[in-house]
Design a protein around this ligand. Sequence first.
Ligand code: FAD
Length: 329
Amino acid sequence: MENKNLWVLALSEKGKLLDVSAEIISMARSLGKEMKEEVVALLIANENTEELAKEALSYGADKVCLVKGEEYDHYKTLPFTNVLDKMIEKYAPLAVFIPATANGRDLGGRISARRSLGLVADCIDVKSAKDSKTIDWVRPTFDGKLISTIRISTLPQVGTIGLGVFKKRLIENPKTEIFEEQISYEGPASGYSIIEHVEKKIPREKDLSQAKKVIGMGMGLKDPENFKIGQALAKELGASVGFSKPIIDKGWEPSQMQVGVTGKKLKSKLYFALGISGARQHTAGLKDVDVIIAVNNDKDAAIFDVAHYNVVADLFEFVPKLTEKLKNM
Ligand SMILES: Cc1cc2nc3c(=O)[nH]c(=O)nc-3n(C[C@H](O)[C@H](O)[C@H](O)COP(=O)(O)OP(=O)(O)OC[C@H]3O[C@@H](n4cnc5c(N)ncnc54)[C@H](O)[C@@H]3O)c2cc1C
């Protein structure tokens, strides 16, 4: 069977389509037009399925493939992998796009291993290659120092894409085709059962996606002991604090404090970037910030290309002085 069509795993939570699913469907619609392929949203859910399917269509899916059942109430690795595996077997998609959420990453790895498929994780762009059947998957490599374009030689081509990489767009006159597949899970037990779902409550001042002002700190701070410099400035400005990924990777701060493509996307009025180089994966989280002020002692730092105000200075000298000035105002 010839592989065709672009499939998007439309992940949902509590009966609502995840934003990242909507964004990927919108992207797939444009790509599908270019590649002359249809976009099929694969919806695996139990709750509110009709509304979910309509939502997926409203962002540009040509069809929704609905797999419904109690076992799909919450994400579970083996039942979800089983569905995707069966759908790939039956429909032979040309590509499968998976949201790079914790669950999507889990499923991507599973399906790739089960079917021996190449997978490109955390893509920051996808394009149609010249032959129109191959996709160019763009992602950072070597810890963000290179941006690589990767092609996959197995079919379907599989990739994961994070929140905020693409924009979701509602379309006019969405299509209406929803087809259902009955797939019950009969494989080995998952080895665990879910007793209860407890939502992690993030205190308002720590919810970076809602913050009006954010002080971002990066490896230029050198040691967690020095975070107090940024925290003092945050206190004066009534701002929240966020961090670049290496700080999180070192275990110095919790993951919900990370800014960037694999962290939080900010919508704040003000962002201070202290000792942050300005890698693309970091600045991807700043697209909706009104004013960016960067402090860096390297005049060629990439952060200065996106900042509105550039301060070429040693942050250990500049920031305490600024904080002191604000205190006395
Ligand atoms: C798949 C993938 C996803 C990623 N996702 C993210 C993400 O979501 N968020 C993210 O942040 N990163 C992400 N990264 C990592 C990213 O590529 C960069 O490595 C990271 O953002 C660099 O962090 P940094 O700017 O704090 O550190 P560095 O690159 O080490 O920069 C430190 C900066 O501090 C400056 N500095 C040093 N001393 C001083 C001083 N005394 N005064 C002033 N300035 C000083 C330096 O000039 C330098 O510019 C990702 C990478 C990959 C591969």
